[in-house]
Every structure is written in C-alpha cells, then in structure tokens.
Design a protein around this ligand. Structure first.
Ligand code: AKG
Length: 315
C-alpha cells in the first residue's frame, strides 16, 4: 500500500498524528490523536481486507499495539562524490521527439543493434556494447554514428561542462515496470570518465553502492540528466532494482537526488516505462584512475608485468 492508501484506511478511525512506513518492511506504525481512536482502529481494522484496484492485490491488515517505536534519526544522505542530477535538462517537446525517434525494430542493415535482454530492451549506436565481456569492440564502430537528433543535446552538455569529450557511444535502454539493470561499474578500459544518462518517459530510483557497503538511492526525475564522474563513475556501482514500485519521498520538493530514510515521509511510487539515453566516450588509452582495485586497465597491466618478469613466481 502506498502512504495515501494507508492513510485513507487509517483515517476512518480517527485523526492520524504520525505514520511511519519503514522501507521494505511489511509493517508500519501509526499514532492516533487519542487512545479511543487507537482502540477503535484495533477493533475495526484488525483482520480487515483491503482491496486495492490498481494493485489488484487483496491485503489483510493485522493490528497490534506497541509500547514504543524507536527509530534512529535519518542520516543526512548525500550523493556519491562526482554525481549530479540536473532537473529538466530537456523540455517535454524534446523528450517526445527523442522517444519518437527510436526505431525499436531490428535493423536489417546492421547499423545498430537491438537486443531484448531479460530485464529490458536495449539499442546501441556508435559502438555495440557487448554484454559477454562488458566492453566495446573499438576496431568495429557501427556505421551511422550517433543519431543526429542527439546533437543539440550533446552540444548543451559540452557547453554546460557536463561532458569534457563529445560522446561517441550511445546505449538506449527501455525499462517496463518490474524491469531493471544489475548493479555494475562501467568497464574502466572501455569508456572515459564522464557517463551521462538522460531519463525519459518516467522517473526511477537508481541505487548506488560503495564497495564498503554504503548505499544511496537516487531519484532520477523524468527529463533529468544524470552525470557520473570520478568516484561515482569509477568506484560506486549503479543499478536499477527490478520492481514495480519505488520507495520515494512523499514530500514533493524532495523528489530529486537522494531518497532519505525518513520513514515518516516515504511512500510508494508506481513505475512507468522509462527510457534512458546513456552517452559515453570510448577510451583510446588505458585507464589510469585512482581506484586500481576496481580498474581492469590497471589490473591487466599488473598481470602483464607479472607474466613478463622471469624472476616472479608462476601465477
Ligand atoms: C547501462 O546501460 O550500462 C546503464 O547503466 C543504463 C543506466 C540508465 O538506465 O540510466
């Protein structure tokens, strides 16, 4: 149930003072204005079946009293370093044109490839991204380059400093509700630092994870541009959990950027079809980032040094 649906049911028994909905838990906490109202809810709502049309789910409520609810104050969450979300980067008209321009049929002339992955529909321009080795074949650019319709948008990225180099690879992903993309770091040896991704058609929550376990859920509004550079591009994984609803801030003004764990302000948001345009610049020289533990370029160099050093023990 989302926050609004839950409130509607709870308010039939009295004035709700607080409603805490911890994310990913099958329970919530409600505080009524008076003990009488709480008792009424206990009496009337326990065992009640709630039918939600839009979810086509039958839900049974179980009600209990608790002495106290101890919830830590939410930690102020900040975006992973190097990550930016720029709202309203394209207009509604530009969004429509970009979405209309995608020909999802498989091209017979092999100008670009359409792949139907288990979790989403994908199309590549400039270079094909190979999911078997998570890399591009640098010797085999696809004919046709990037679609012309992207030119003005890429100029804007360059002029506003969101891209240092003009991207030469584009991956279009289309996610239906329930679909996602596994957490990953874009292969260092394949692409330059900046990776920019435009969200079209619907908003979505993208999860970022640091190797030390920290996770940050980032709300990407429709028509926004996500810019990943530095630590957020090289070290943090990014991914989209396959699910039909995202947990988001109920407060409208907090819709962009991180989703905090303030349980008093979370709700469920039904996903729509989201299409992303992810632009990257294919790398011509090995990556020399400051994150060697996750850098395939630097690990390959280490391996070749080890192999060419006759004094070194066999690997
Ligand atoms: C990828 O194609 O590797 C992505 O990470 C896509 C991200 C997105 O959908 O914004």
């Amino acid at each position: 149930m989302n926050r609004q649906q839950m409130l509607e049911v709870l308010e039939t028994c009295g004035r709700v003072e607080a409603l805490l909905m911890p994310p990913n838990k099958p329970y919530s906490f409600v505080q009524y204005g008076t003990i009488e109202e709480a008792k009424k809810a206990y009496r009337l709502l326990g065992g009640k079946k709630v039918i939600l049309d839009d979810l086509s789910l039958n839900i049974t409520l179980y009600v209990n009293f608790v002495e106290k609810v101890h919830l830590e104050d939410p930690l102020p969450l900040t975006l992973p370093p190097g990550l930016l979300v720029i709202e309203e980067f394209v207009s509604f008209e530009e969004e429509e044109k970009l979405l209309e321009s995608i020909a999802w049929t498989v091209d017979t002339d092999k100008e670009n490839t359409v792949v139907s992955l288990k979790h989403r529909r994908v199309k590549h321009y400039g270079y094909e991204f190979r999911y078997d080795n998570n890399n591009v074949d640098k010797e085999k650019p696809l004919p046709g380059g990037l679609p012309e319709i992207c030119n003005s948008l890429l100029e804007k990225c360059l002029n506003q400093g969101f891209a240092k180099y003009k991207p030469d690879q584009l991956t279009i992903n289309q996610y239906e509700p329930g679909q996602g993309i596994p957490p990953h770091v874009d292969t260092h040896s394949a692409f330059e630092d900046e990776i920019i991704s435009l969200s079209l058609g619907a908003e979505i929550v993208m999860d970022f994870k640091h190797p030390d376990g920290r996770t940050v859920a980032v709300m990407l509004p429709r028509r926004s541009l996500l810019v990943m550079t530095g630590e957020s591009r090289y070290l943090w994984t990014h991914g989209i959990t396959p699910r039909k609803f995202d947990i988001i801030q109920a407060t409208e003004k907090q819709k962009t950027g991180t989703v905090s764990c303030d349980t008093g302000d979370l709700t469920l948001n039904r996903r729509g079809t989201r299409t992303s345009f992810t632009f990257r610049k294919v790398r011509s020289i090995p990556c020399n980032c400051v994150y060697p533990s996750v850098c395939d370029s630097q690990q390959d160099q280490q391996k070749s040094i080890a192999l060419s050093d006759p004094d070194r023990e066999a690997l």
